[in-house]
Design a protein around this ligand. Structure first.
Ligand SMILES: [Zn+2]
Length: 230
Protein backbone atom coordinates (compact mmCIF):
# COMPACT_ATOMS: atom_id res chain seq x y z
CA UNK A 1 0.00 0.00 0.00
CA UNK A 2 2.69 2.43 0.99
CA UNK A 3 4.80 1.52 -2.00
CA UNK A 4 1.79 2.07 -4.22
CA UNK A 5 1.41 5.55 -2.74
CA UNK A 6 5.05 6.23 -3.44
CA UNK A 7 4.57 5.11 -7.03
CA UNK A 8 1.73 7.61 -7.45
CA UNK A 9 3.77 10.42 -5.95
CA UNK A 10 6.76 9.48 -8.06
CA UNK A 11 4.70 9.61 -11.23
CA UNK A 12 3.44 13.06 -10.35
CA UNK A 13 7.02 14.19 -9.76
CA UNK A 14 8.36 12.56 -12.94
CA UNK A 15 5.71 13.29 -15.60
CA UNK A 16 6.04 11.20 -18.72
CA UNK A 17 8.10 8.65 -16.87
CA UNK A 18 7.44 4.95 -16.74
CA UNK A 19 4.47 3.66 -14.75
CA UNK A 20 6.62 0.81 -13.54
CA UNK A 21 7.25 0.09 -9.88
CA UNK A 22 9.04 2.27 -7.42
CA UNK A 23 12.30 0.40 -7.79
CA UNK A 24 12.51 1.22 -11.48
CA UNK A 25 11.68 4.84 -10.80
CA UNK A 26 14.42 4.93 -8.22
CA UNK A 27 16.83 3.25 -10.61
CA UNK A 28 16.37 6.18 -12.98
CA UNK A 29 18.04 8.33 -10.37
CA UNK A 30 21.23 6.36 -10.93
CA UNK A 31 21.42 5.07 -7.37
CA UNK A 32 23.55 1.97 -7.42
CA UNK A 33 22.28 0.77 -4.12
CA UNK A 34 18.62 0.80 -5.06
CA UNK A 35 18.56 -2.86 -6.05
CA UNK A 36 19.67 -3.69 -2.55
CA UNK A 37 17.06 -1.60 -0.81
CA UNK A 38 15.05 -3.60 1.64
CA UNK A 39 11.29 -3.55 1.79
CA UNK A 40 11.57 -1.78 5.13
CA UNK A 41 13.67 0.94 3.55
CA UNK A 42 11.20 1.41 0.71
CA UNK A 43 8.36 1.64 3.21
CA UNK A 44 10.20 4.27 5.20
CA UNK A 45 11.11 6.17 2.06
CA UNK A 46 7.50 6.07 0.86
CA UNK A 47 6.27 7.36 4.20
CA UNK A 48 8.92 10.07 4.30
CA UNK A 49 8.27 11.28 0.76
CA UNK A 50 4.54 11.37 1.41
CA UNK A 51 5.16 13.57 4.45
CA UNK A 52 7.36 15.95 2.42
CA UNK A 53 4.82 16.48 -0.36
CA UNK A 54 2.70 19.14 1.40
CA UNK A 55 5.55 20.91 3.24
CA UNK A 56 6.18 24.57 2.42
CA UNK A 57 9.88 24.10 3.28
CA UNK A 58 12.11 23.20 0.35
CA UNK A 59 12.95 19.57 1.11
CA UNK A 60 14.75 16.74 -0.62
CA UNK A 61 16.24 13.30 -0.16
CA UNK A 62 19.86 12.53 -1.05
CA UNK A 63 21.48 9.13 -1.36
CA UNK A 64 24.70 8.19 0.39
CA UNK A 65 26.75 9.86 -2.38
CA UNK A 66 24.81 13.13 -2.04
CA UNK A 67 22.81 12.57 -5.23
CA UNK A 68 19.24 13.85 -5.46
CA UNK A 69 16.63 11.14 -5.19
CA UNK A 70 13.54 13.26 -4.62
CA UNK A 71 12.67 17.00 -4.37
CA UNK A 72 9.30 18.12 -2.99
CA UNK A 73 6.79 20.51 -4.65
CA UNK A 74 8.06 23.40 -2.48
CA UNK A 75 11.33 23.00 -4.38
CA UNK A 76 9.40 23.46 -7.64
CA UNK A 77 7.77 26.63 -6.33
CA UNK A 78 11.16 28.03 -5.30
CA UNK A 79 12.74 27.13 -8.65
CA UNK A 80 9.89 28.76 -10.59
CA UNK A 81 9.92 31.90 -8.40
CA UNK A 82 13.65 32.27 -9.00
CA UNK A 83 13.53 31.84 -12.76
CA UNK A 84 14.78 28.26 -12.93
CA UNK A 85 11.84 26.13 -14.16
CA UNK A 86 14.31 23.63 -15.60
CA UNK A 87 15.10 22.54 -12.03
CA UNK A 88 11.49 21.67 -11.17
CA UNK A 89 9.71 18.29 -11.14
CA UNK A 90 12.61 16.25 -9.85
CA UNK A 91 14.77 17.25 -12.82
CA UNK A 92 17.86 16.93 -10.63
CA UNK A 93 17.22 13.27 -9.77
CA UNK A 94 20.50 11.40 -9.96
CA UNK A 95 22.64 14.55 -10.01
CA UNK A 96 25.10 15.45 -7.29
CA UNK A 97 24.15 18.15 -4.79
CA UNK A 98 27.69 19.53 -4.85
CA UNK A 99 27.30 20.37 -8.55
CA UNK A 100 24.73 22.97 -7.51
CA UNK A 101 27.01 24.46 -4.83
CA UNK A 102 29.91 26.85 -5.54
CA UNK A 103 33.28 25.09 -5.45
CA UNK A 104 34.57 27.24 -2.61
CA UNK A 105 31.88 25.75 -0.34
CA UNK A 106 32.43 22.08 -1.25
CA UNK A 107 34.74 21.24 1.68
CA UNK A 108 32.33 22.84 4.16
CA UNK A 109 29.29 20.94 2.92
CA UNK A 110 31.16 17.68 2.42
CA UNK A 111 32.33 17.92 6.02
CA UNK A 112 28.81 18.64 7.28
CA UNK A 113 27.34 15.61 5.55
CA UNK A 114 30.24 13.50 6.76
CA UNK A 115 29.41 14.50 10.33
CA UNK A 116 25.80 13.41 9.82
CA UNK A 117 26.85 10.10 8.32
CA UNK A 118 29.50 9.25 10.89
CA UNK A 119 27.68 10.56 13.95
CA UNK A 120 24.18 9.62 12.79
CA UNK A 121 22.87 12.92 14.08
CA UNK A 122 21.44 16.06 12.53
CA UNK A 123 23.50 18.99 11.21
CA UNK A 124 22.20 22.54 10.83
CA UNK A 125 23.63 25.43 8.87
CA UNK A 126 22.37 29.01 8.46
CA UNK A 127 23.09 30.77 5.18
CA UNK A 128 21.86 33.62 2.97
CA UNK A 129 20.17 33.25 -0.40
CA UNK A 130 18.89 36.72 -1.28
CA UNK A 131 17.12 37.77 -4.43
CA UNK A 132 17.68 41.11 -6.12
CA UNK A 133 14.79 42.57 -4.14
CA UNK A 134 14.73 40.65 -0.85
CA UNK A 135 17.24 39.83 1.84
CA UNK A 136 16.66 36.16 2.73
CA UNK A 137 18.27 33.98 5.36
CA UNK A 138 17.62 30.25 5.58
CA UNK A 139 18.36 27.39 7.92
CA UNK A 140 19.36 24.09 6.35
CA UNK A 141 18.77 20.98 8.45
CA UNK A 142 20.20 17.60 7.47
CA UNK A 143 18.90 14.45 9.14
CA UNK A 144 20.26 10.94 8.63
CA UNK A 145 17.84 8.33 7.31
CA UNK A 146 18.24 4.65 6.61
CA UNK A 147 20.91 3.41 4.22
CA UNK A 148 23.25 6.34 4.88
CA UNK A 149 20.84 8.60 2.98
CA UNK A 150 19.88 12.14 4.00
CA UNK A 151 16.75 14.22 4.47
CA UNK A 152 17.47 17.92 3.84
CA UNK A 153 15.07 20.72 4.70
CA UNK A 154 15.50 24.48 4.17
CA UNK A 155 13.46 26.85 6.32
CA UNK A 156 13.15 30.57 5.71
CA UNK A 157 14.38 32.43 8.81
CA UNK A 158 14.29 36.08 7.67
CA UNK A 159 12.85 37.84 4.63
CA UNK A 160 12.92 41.62 4.32
CA UNK A 161 13.91 44.43 1.98
CA UNK A 162 17.64 45.02 1.54
CA UNK A 163 18.94 47.63 3.93
CA UNK A 164 21.61 49.00 1.63
CA UNK A 165 21.92 48.64 -2.10
CA UNK A 166 24.37 50.18 -4.54
CA UNK A 167 24.01 50.85 -8.23
CA UNK A 168 26.67 49.51 -10.60
CA UNK A 169 27.80 52.97 -11.71
CA UNK A 170 28.61 54.09 -8.16
CA UNK A 171 31.85 52.11 -8.04
CA UNK A 172 33.79 49.82 -10.30
CA UNK A 173 33.29 46.11 -9.82
CA UNK A 174 34.51 44.77 -13.14
CA UNK A 175 38.17 43.77 -13.28
CA UNK A 176 40.30 44.32 -16.38
CA UNK A 177 39.64 40.68 -17.25
CA UNK A 178 35.88 41.41 -17.43
CA UNK A 179 35.27 39.36 -14.29
CA UNK A 180 33.44 40.47 -11.15
CA UNK A 181 33.92 38.83 -7.77
CA UNK A 182 30.74 37.97 -5.88
CA UNK A 183 30.25 36.44 -2.44
CA UNK A 184 28.32 33.20 -2.88
CA UNK A 185 26.59 33.67 0.48
CA UNK A 186 25.51 37.33 0.73
CA UNK A 187 25.77 37.91 -3.05
CA UNK A 188 27.57 41.22 -2.55
CA UNK A 189 30.06 42.31 -5.22
CA UNK A 190 33.64 43.34 -4.46
CA UNK A 191 34.90 46.72 -5.60
CA UNK A 192 38.00 46.66 -7.72
CA UNK A 193 41.18 48.43 -6.73
CA UNK A 194 42.46 48.78 -3.22
CA UNK A 195 39.14 49.39 -1.50
CA UNK A 196 38.19 45.72 -1.31
CA UNK A 197 34.73 46.77 -0.13
CA UNK A 198 31.67 44.67 -0.77
CA UNK A 199 28.29 46.07 -1.89
CA UNK A 200 24.93 44.54 -2.71
CA UNK A 201 24.27 45.43 -6.33
CA UNK A 202 20.77 44.19 -7.28
CA UNK A 203 21.48 44.47 -11.01
CA UNK A 204 24.29 41.92 -10.73
CA UNK A 205 22.02 39.51 -8.87
CA UNK A 206 19.16 39.88 -11.35
CA UNK A 207 21.43 39.77 -14.42
CA UNK A 208 24.83 38.31 -13.52
CA UNK A 209 27.74 39.41 -15.72
CA UNK A 210 29.15 36.82 -18.08
CA UNK A 211 32.19 36.07 -15.94
CA UNK A 212 31.72 35.80 -12.19
CA UNK A 213 34.16 34.54 -9.61
CA UNK A 214 32.35 33.17 -6.55
CA UNK A 215 34.16 33.32 -3.23
CA UNK A 216 33.24 34.05 0.39
CA UNK A 217 33.58 37.64 1.59
CA UNK A 218 35.42 38.06 4.92
CA UNK A 219 32.18 38.84 6.80
CA UNK A 220 30.39 35.70 5.61
CA UNK A 221 33.45 33.54 6.15
CA UNK A 222 33.57 34.63 9.80
CA UNK A 223 29.83 34.70 10.46
CA UNK A 224 28.48 31.70 8.60
CA UNK A 225 31.35 29.33 7.93
CA UNK A 226 34.33 29.52 10.28
CA UNK A 227 32.26 30.27 13.38
CA UNK A 228 29.61 27.68 12.59
CA UNK A 229 32.20 24.93 12.38
CA UNK A 230 32.95 25.54 16.04
ZN1 LIG B 1 29.36 37.61 1.92
Amino acid sequence: MRVSELENIWESRNPGGSTEMTTRALERTGCNTVQELTAAFRDELASLIKSLQPLTSVSYVLDEQLRFVYCNPAWDAFALANGAPELALNALAGQALLKAIPTVLHPFYANGFRLVQSGNELWEHVYECSSAHEFRRYKMRVDPILGGWFLVRHTLVIKRAHEKIVRPGSHNYVADTGCITVCCNCRRSRRTGRAQKWDFVPEYVANPPRVVEQILCPDCLDTYYVASQG
